[in-house]
Design a binder for this molecule. Structure first.
Ligand SMILES: CC(C)(COP(=O)(O)OP(=O)(O)OC[C@H]1O[C@@H](n2cnc3c(N)ncnc32)[C@H](O)[C@@H]1OP(=O)(O)O)[C@@H](O)C(=O)NCCC(=O)NCCS
Length: 189
């Protein structure tokens, strides 16, 4: 299948990563508020390495975490996309949907708009049967995005993230899912 390099929504271009995205991406990933539900903010080097891994996922699978660009201002504002879950858990193998936006672009519906566009790509173009999402119990803003795009909590699937040590407050994770049928129902009512 042809790699899916770009997607578009009403207000966003979801595109491949440019080297020039690094300063804004590193600033976002160094912001303690943005990284509140992750183990720690990232250094510039960590952010650069993460862009490298994202590019690697696109090269291997033809989809990934797209860089988000606002059409009105041309600004890079974060990422949203799809990736294969990279750790072992009962619901793996699975493709997850995820998002991270710079704080000044929160509260404008951009994360949900990009997530909706990525989900449509998952079912329409990649023909996946199911997409999952997960986050720490306390990350309610992220769970709101999951709910906004029609995902359902799967309490029996809740799990401890294997990359966080036992006792870490962010270790307990909620699992959300959406099947192709559920997505079609959301679309057509
Ligand atoms: C999770 C995250 C992306 C959510 O961002 P967000 O801007 O709150 O999410 P949305 O794009 O869905 O925006 C929804 C908000 O925009 C408002 N909004 C304004 N205009 C809107 C529009 N045109 N369409 C939809 N919502 C709109 C909504 O009312 C809602 O506000 P509320 O939260 O006060 O109810 C953001 O908090 C973030 O980047 N967090 C840090 C990274 C992170 O935790 N990622 C997830 C890891 S699993």
């Amino acid at each position: 299948m042809e790699p899916i390099l770009t997607l578009e929504s009403a207000r966003l271009l979801m595109r491949q990563w440019r080297d020039e995205d690094l300063p804004a991406f590193a600033t976002m990933c160094a912001d303690p508020q943005v990284m509140r539900y992750f183990p720690a903010p990232l250094s510039r080097l960590d952010s650069a390495a993460l862009i490298g891994r994202i590019r690697g996922h696109f090269a291997e699978h033809g989809f990934g975490l797209w860089a988000l660009e606002r059409k009105d201002t041309g600004e890079f504002i974060g990422l949203t996309g799809l990736m294969h879950v990279g750790f072992d858990a009962p619901f793996v193998p699975a493709v997850e949907i995820g998002w991270r936006l710079a704080r000044e672009h929160w509260g404008l519906g951009f994360a949900s708009e990009a997530a909706w566009t990525a989900l449509r790509c998952a079912f329409d173009r990649l023909a996946l049967d199911q997409v999952v999402a997960f986050t720490s119990h306390s990350n309610l803003p992220s769970q709101k995005v999951m709910q906004a795009i029609g995902m359902h909590p799967d309490p029996l699937g809740d799990f401890d993230h294997p990359r966080l040590e036992p006792g870490h407050p962010l270790r307990p994770h909620v699992l959300y899912r959406i099947s192709r049928e559920q997505w079609l129902q959301t679309l057509h009512g």
